[in-house]
Design a protein around this ligand. Sequence first.
Ligand SMILES: [Zn+2]
Length: 223
Amino acid sequence: MDNNTAAARENSRQPTPQDLDVLSRQLGRPVRDVVEIPARCVCGNPLVAATAPRLGNGTPFPTTFYLTHPVITSAVSRLEAAGVMNEMNDHLAADTGLSAAYRSAHEAYLAARDAIGQRAGIGAVPEIDGVSAGGMPTRVKCLHVLVGHSLAAGPGVNPLGDEALERISEWWTADRCYCDGAWDTSGEAPSRDLSRHGPQGLPGIVGRPAPVRKTANQAEAPQ
Ligand SMILES: [Zn+2]
């Protein structure tokens, strides 16, 4: 990529105050520790927020890519409700090519998180070494996580995130804006936590003192 493209990409990653306002409206709660916007609607609104691998209160945070656009989030929830995760887990068990590609997606996730942490000036986060999200590298536990990763990484990195995107194309496609009416744009953006648990099982601990946790994996389980 040439320098202009690189500069444009760098600029589009930086969350503006407007982005943060949109994110909190999309999620119905204030956002914290968002360091980049790794995927945007064709209109420019955020689709995915990248959270720092260590929160401001010191908590290690393995789930880097958080799907925020309500139209995509609800479409992915439909897939989950229709049992698509079971289907994918069966495919993973039966198809060694797929399971190898999924393991590579896990590695790519970890590398992307390291890069985001470095750009955000956060040091190593050894507590979550080797721990990604969404069930990777061997299971599918949250399609929102995989779709968030696919949107952030682009096609060809996360095969199951890509498949999920393909399967929501009836409701959302990357070439169109679906923002109009997708969230409340009136009044003030949310300034307190209105939805403690998002569809991705975001731990309710964000912004509070770090509790004692057994493993980062367990903290990922939907609550
Ligand atoms: Zn849009």
